[in-house]
Design a protein around this ligand. Structure first.
Ligand code: ADP
Ligand code: MG
Length: 221
């Protein structure tokens, strides 16, 4: 299977991809990572850090569906890290054409909510996901979940933005999103995870919970 880690122009995508791969691997899954962000930070993390769980293949190409996807081992869990959707719409389109599941990283803040739902420039990600249906074998968009990250303990923002995302905004006319109940906390250890060892309790616990939730939802083998 293929899981895509997507995001509007925000932060936390590569962190979430790498630490999810690590959690999946510790849960007994065989994983492979693909770096479809031109910044290539996932690939550098995989290259430089001993406990990174798998190989990372560079895959920042709009021909992802034709040249990368067919060569994957589809019996394992493949994870692809995409860059900002506004900057790389061609690559995101190509990933959405073939992914089984899309996880969209955003933080529960107004700027992130606006970038996801009504960016000043570019196509809103909901529309990009919806239109991917035309190119997919199933004729339907991939299952998509928002993963809230940088959630401050004790803050009301995660609940507020979960509500707005689920109900289509203040006036209820926007797209409705599935929001994972797992929330990635705002933590220094997670902020500085990319490029460093994964094996730290604070880098493991939220992503173990994410694996458990994805399993409960029926999206993991
Ligand atoms: N859970 C978190 N808590 C606090 N800061 C975070 C968290 N996740 C990401 N960040 C911040 O975002 C920055 C970029 O993270 P990264 O995963 O590389 O983002 P992206 O791949 O989306 O550009 C980190 O250096 C850190 O400052
Ligand atoms: Mg990145």
């Amino acid at each position: 299977m293929l899981i895509a880690s997507l995001k509007p122009r925000t932060m936390g995508g590569t962190t979430n991809t790498g630490l999810l791969a690590y959690a999946l691997s510790r849960a007994g899954h065989t994983v492979a990572c693909y770096d479809a962000d031109e910044s290539l930070q996932l690939s550098a993390w995989g290259r430089d850090v001993d406990d990174f769980p798998c190989e990372v293949t560079i895959a920042d190409t709009p021909a992802f569906a034709e040249t990368v996807y067919p060569k994957m081992d589809h019996s394992i869990i493949n994870l692809v890290d995409a860059g900002h959707a506004e900057n790389h719409p061609d690559i995101v389109d190509a990933i959405l054409e073939v992914t089984d599941l899309a996880i969209v990283t955003v933080s529960p803040t107004k700027p992130d909510y606006d970038r996801l739902t009504q960016p000043e420039r570019g196509t809103p990600l909901a529309k990009v996901i919806k239109r991917s249906a035309a190119l997919r074998e199933s004729g339907k968009p991939p299952a998509t979940f928002v993963l809230l990250n940088r959630c401050q303990a004790g803050s009301g923002s995660p609940k507020k933005y979960t509500g707005l995302l689920q109900t289509g905004g203040e006036d209820g006319t926007g797209p409705r999103w599935n929001v994972l109940s797992t929330r990635i906390p705002r933590r220094e250890d997670i902020a500085s995870a990319v490029g460093f060892p994964c094996n730290k309790a604070t880098r493991k616990a939220p992503y173990d919970a994410l694996v458990t939730e994805l399993k409960q939802l029926g999206y993991l083998p």
